[in-house]
Design a binder for this molecule. Sequence first.
Ligand SMILES: [Mg+2]
Length: 190
Amino acid sequence: MTVGEAQGLDGDLARAVKLVVLDVDGVLTDGGIYVGVTASREAVELKRFDSQDGLGVKMLLWAGIEVAMVSGRVSEATSLRAAELGVTECHQDAGAKKLPIVRDLLERKGLEWGDMAMVADDLADLPVLLRAGLRIAVANAVPEVTKVAHWCTRAGGGEGAVREFSRALLSARGEWERLVDEYVEQRSDD
Ligand SMILES: [Mg+2]
């Protein structure tokens, strides 16, 4: 396990990635779930996502890498965030059984486990994480996840961990600087 972007990601592992699977709670969020009711007594569940992570996800998509969100909870907040980011593969299973979801996803895309990176934080991720070609743990991951990770973010879930991973992955592939230049150029017109 390597910690932090200073050490960089292994170039061979990074270049093999065609699909990034992101866990949601604890990876795209800090794991907190705001539970309450509206004035009309409708149950409502809110999550706080990180805007820098959002651009990190888009950078992966612009680089031609597939991105999927796979959650062990069912929440409208997750669907809304996926739609906002243009992530069409958003899957939520109340029983946290992620393996059949990802196996089906790989089959539909014609990909192998080795083509896939996963960013994870907790035990529900392990069945998929252990099969992934590139295994990433966020800073707040439980020890069982950190132990099997190739690389560990310095940032915690919901606090830029996905952005840090996106930058590290694309840098290791030699694509980050070009994507940044394109992003800035496209926003420099009058
Ligand atoms: Mg999680």
